[in-house]
Design a binder for this molecule. Structure first.
Ligand SMILES: Nc1ncnc2c1ncn2[C@@H]1O[C@H](COP(=O)(O)OP(=O)(O)O)[C@@H](O)[C@H]1O
Ligand SMILES: [Mg+2]
Length: 252
């Protein structure tokens, strides 16, 4: 069966840290959480998925295409990656230029590029900021602009590293709303979190990583009864209450 992402027995090591025998699948149309405590290997796994790091052994397939130096460019057109810190992602002088960078590289016409940038900025609620220098935004605004740059490429897979971290409550609900719309448009989504609320409410399945190994992978409905899951994610009761009590304001 074709998967959006298929990680097949991947091993990788930094000096002090190793990822061992990682097997992970993101099915087409699925929204999957990758959970784990700080330092468990989530970002390392994402860098492997993007070809920023190379496995010591094992293979990664994106829609059945093996990730290699030769396929990397082509595969990256299909995968939109949101970095944990938007400062690592934004580099053009203005918001508009930043979001236009990817579509321009696709060789689209000027009109097509403009349409995509407008659509993407509108989708993340940042249209009014089009002329703003990228270094003059709050963390949450920068994160949304970074997401606009990704969705302007119309990727079929979104890989989001801690999309909710560092956002205030209003921004969290905003980000949830944006991601839901992308999913309705057909995207397959893999996101990292160490927050049980997002696992419970926004994922179909969850994989848990601990010290560089996948220690759980299954449907979310069963996951929260598993000790290995609850031990490796935080309890965010207060955020949960806030979000549930204000649902109607963002889930229309
Ligand atoms: N460039 C690097 N060189 C050496 N060790 C690293 C590097 N990046 C991350 N690590 C180590 O790899 C482990 C996993 O880190 P990371 O994948 O960032 O975890 P997470 O995203 O789950 O918090 C940590 O112990 C971290 O210190
Ligand atoms: Mg990380």
């Amino acid at each position: 069966m074709t998967c959006a992402i298929d990680v097949d027995h991947v091993f990788f090591r930094y000096d002090e840290f190793k990822m061992e025998d990682i097997k992970l699948q993101l099915h087409i149309g699925e929204q999957k959480a990758l959970a784990g405590l700080n330092g468990s290997g989530k970002t390392t796994l994402f860098k492997l998925l993007l070809g920023l790091l190379e496995p010591d052994s094992g293979d990664i397939y994106i829609f059945d295409k093996k990730l290699t130096k030769d396929t990397l460019w082509e595969i990256r057109q299909d995968v939109g990656f949101l970095f944990q810190n938007p400062d690592d992602q934004l580099f053009a002088p203005t918001v508009w230029e930043d979001v236009a960078f990817g579509p321009r590289n696709l060789g689209l016409t000027k009109e097509e590029v403009e349409d995509r940038v407008e659509w993407a900025l509108d989708r993340v609620g940042m249209s009014n900021f089009f002329n703003r220098p990228v270094n003059q935004m709050s963390h949450g605004q920068a994160k949304r602009v970074a997401l606009a740059g990704i969705i302007a490429m119309r990727p079929s897979i979104l890989v989001l590293d801690e999309p909710f971290s560092g956002l205030d409550f209003k921004m969290v609900t905003n980000m949830i709303d944006i991601i839901q719309k992308l999913r309705q448009d057909g995207a397959s989504i893999l996101f990292t979190t160490h927050n049980s609320f997002f696992i419970e409410n926004w994922s179909d399945s969850v994989a848990v990583i601990k010290e560089g190994r996948i220690v759980y992978d299954g449907p979310t409905k069963d996951a929260m009864r598993s000790k290995v899951v609850t031990e490796n994610v935080g309890d965010w009761g207060r955020l949960k209450q806030q979000i549930l009590s204000s649902r109607s304001t963002f889930l229309e």
